[in-house]
Design a binder for this molecule. Structure first.
Ligand SMILES: [Zn+2]
Length: 353
């Protein structure tokens, strides 16, 4: 444990079931070959549940009901008694509970739970100090690096050194939205697994409630781009007004520029929500255009007309949106660094005008 924090919520069973379709063949292969990789990289769009899935994977490695063990003769593997494959950790044994509550001795989630904070060398202290110490429960020690692109260069180098020669009972699970944001030498040492964005019908099941306004749900689904976290944020009463502010900005950029900048610069989570919101709207613009659909959101339609007038051709507009997507990805990363947030936000928002 790197610090005291609020335990994460348990994974939505529907979410885990969806991602198991991708994970199951891998787990089965590891089980059959009696070998698990020591560094795993889960990647995929922001908000699809990578960190929750990583925690389930940690449980799978350590669960008392799964006969995964460390065989000193053959390296990693499964005990000979393991006859039946199961892709689920039991979720009920003491180890599963401890992992869920960040209290397991053999499980460490590294870095702040606030994803707008970078992962510093100091956050790795608990890992570095315990090199040479074997797993408490006789199986593995599992380390989770959620949103690993947040690592400072010193932290990344330090992790790279461990991944080059990991202690034999250590497993690292890294997650990231985009592997190109990590050191290529780290990525090349990891077994990569790409989790898919969630289809709308799955997302609907996950947020379904009788009180949900159908129109609002459709609007939020369209913007969520397969991300459950985004959908929940976009649906929440307190955040919806900010998404509407971003939408108004697309309609009248000059009128809403200051209001948007002031709100988004007021804190790390607000800045990230701005990036998410801009990205979601850009995604909608790009996907409707790619499908040759007319843009039916009036604010986005007005922005598209404005961009066309400024840039002169449809091709140039599409290129602009693609560059903006890239820029937003970069901004998300820069926000984890000690920078002048207001300047970054001003620059980012102004690039749309
Ligand atoms: Zn268990």
């Amino acid at each position: 444990m790197t610090q005291s924090r609020k335990p994460p919520e348990a994974i939505d069973p529907l979410l885990f079931r969806f991602h198991l379709k991708t994970l199951r063949p891998l787990l089965e292969k590891w089980f059959k070959n009696k070998q698990v990789p020591q560094s795993i990289l889960l990647c995929g769009t922001s908000g699809i549940g990578k960190n929750d899935v990583a925690r389930e994977l940690a449980k799978w490695f350590l669960c008392e009901k799964i006969s995964l063990t460390q065989d000193l003769q053959d390296g990693f593997g499964f005990a000979d008694t393991a006859s039946e494959f199961t892709p689920h950790p039991c979720g009920n044994c003491s180890v599963c509970h401890q992992i869920q509550n960040d209290q397991a001795l053999d499980f460490t989630s590294i870095g702040s739970a606030d994803l707008s904070q970078s992962i510093k060398i100091l956050d790795l202290r608990s890992v570095l100090e315990t090199q040479g110490r074997s797993a408490h429960g006789g199986k593995f020690r599992v380390f989770l690096l959620p949103n690993a692109e947040r690592m400072t260069i010193q932290a990344a180098n330090s992790i790279l050194k461990i991944l080059e020669e990991p202690p034999r009972d250590w497993i690292f699970i890294l997650t990231t939205t985009d592997p190109s944001l990590l050191l290529p030498t780290i990525v090349s040492r990891c077994h990569q697994c790409r989790l898919r964005p969630l289809p709308n019908d799955e997302l609907k099941k996950m947020v379904d409630s009788p009180s949900l306004d159908h129109k609002k749900l459709q609007f939020a689904l369209k913007l969520s781009g397969g991300s459950l976290t985004r959908l929940k944020v976009f649906l929440s009463e307190s955040q919806f007004q900010h998404i509407e502010l971003i939408e108004r900005f697309f309609e009248s950029p000059l009128k809403y520029y200051s209001e948007l900048v002031d709100w988004a610069s007021s804190g790390g989570p607000q800045a990230l929500l701005l990036v998410d919101g801009l990205e979601a709207f850009t995604h909608e613009l790009l996907s409707e255009t790619a499908k040759n659909h007319p843009i039916d959101n009036p604010a986005l339609k007005s922005h598209a007309k404005y961009a066309f007038r400024q840039l002169g051709s449809q091709g140039a507009v599409v290129e602009f949106w693609m560059n903006q997507t890239e820029r937003l990805n970069q901004a998300r990363l820069e926000l984890t660094k000690p920078i002048n947030r207001k300047l970054l936000i001003q620059d980012l928002v102004a690039s749309w005008i």
